[in-house]
Design a protein around this ligand. Structure first.
Ligand code: SIN
Length: 328
């Protein structure tokens, strides 16, 4: 662990997990042909002298060094453990996590669901590598520290391009623009305006729909427990039930279906999903639409995702199944 800044009474801890924010390219002008997760978090923090003027002592710790497309449960568990460790300390005001953009929304949802932190946990990222001619990571990091420093901030949020998104709503929506995230229908939680926060909505807190509080710590403590297998299938023109039947035969425990429109399904796919459900596979219906949620109606045979996108519905279902295993 490296320590930066003077000794001050309260601390902000910056946890590094990799991503493009820590990426390097052979040529400074190359924003595409780079390798993510190369620069250590201590170096990223040291390269930002503006952080020294923070009223908080800044600590940094490398929890992982991965391209977030390769995110796995081991990194999640380690991250949740380190976040829980630091948050339990009275002197810690909040946490910043540097993360790749590709699966940031899944990690944000996971941490919010498992920890429901009463202090701010702020994920940040970059769309350009650290070696870019005009990297976006440094400003994102400053903005993330501003959010973590804010009195009254709580819960897991993401900060990118000056926009604050809540963990339940944030979604990557663009492949290369610096402002790559959206909170979809919910709208952003707020903005960072030159170190100050303009808040539009409440900070994230526990959501009854996403599983009982009993899930808290399960994913952290379940060291040797293998995570439930939950896969995502999609509805589209010409869809059939073969993938679902193959997955059920292969022992899948949960399926999230990204339906069309209001979670609608091709008849052949629906038949296979109902068969899988009757055979004990938990099936949840989300939508492949970017905006809106699946609105349930009386008599629906398949549960809806309660507003969660397919990837977040998958995390929620894994946690639900994990909590059942732990209780059994
Ligand atoms: C990653 O997700 O780690 C790589 C892509 C990015 O951070 O933008």
């Amino acid at each position: 662990m490296q320590v930066s800044g003077k000794i001050k009474s309260k601390k902000i801890v910056i946890l590094g997990t990799g991503g493009t924010i820590a990426g390097t390219a052979a040529q400074a002008g190359d924003n595409l042909g780079y390798t993510a997760a190369q620069v250590g978090i201590g170096q990223l923090v040291a390269a930002l002298p503006a952080l020294a003027s923070s009223r908080f002592e800044l600590l940094s710790e490398q929890v992982a060094q991965v391209d977030s497309k390769d995110m796995d449960f081991g990194v999640w568990r380690a991250l949740a453990q380190r976040v829980a460790h630091w948050l339990a300390q009275d002197q810690v005001q909040g946490i910043v996590i540097t993360h790749g953009t590709d699966t940031l929304e899944e990690t944000a949802f996971f941490l919010q669901a498992v920890l429901d932190p009463a202090k701010p946990v702020v994920l940040t990222c970059a769309m350009r590598p650290a070696t870019a001619l005009a990297p976006d990571g440094p400003q994102n990091m400053l903005d993330a520290v501003a959010v973590a420093s804010h009195a009254g901030a709580r819960g897991v949020v993401a900060v990118c391009a000056g926009v604050i998104h809540g963990a339940f709503d944030v979604q990557k929506v663009h492949t290369y623009r610096l402002d790559a995230f959206s909170s979809r229908d919910a709208g952003p939680l707020g903005y960072v305006e030159e170190d100050r926060l303009c808040l539009l909505r409440n900070w994230p807190s526990a959501h009854a729909g996403y599983g009982p509080l009993a899930i808290k710590n399960i994913a952290i403590e379940a060291q040797d427990q293998s995570w439930p297998r939950v896969e995502i299938v999609m509805n589209y023109a010409g869809a059939d039930g073969r993938a679902v039947r193959a997955l059920a035969a292969d022992g899948v425990q949960g399926l999230v279906v990204a339906g069309t429109g209001n979670g609608t399904l091709h008849h052949a796919l629906e038949v296979a999903l109902l068969e899988a459900q009757a055979g004990g596979v938990r099936v949840v219906r989300a939508t492949r639409c970017l905006e809106g949620r699946v609105l349930p109606k009386a008599g629906d045979a398949l549960a809806d995702s309660q507003g969660l996108s397919p990837v977040k519905a998958r995390v929620a279902l894994m946690l639900e199944l994990l909590s059942k295993v732990a209780k059994a």
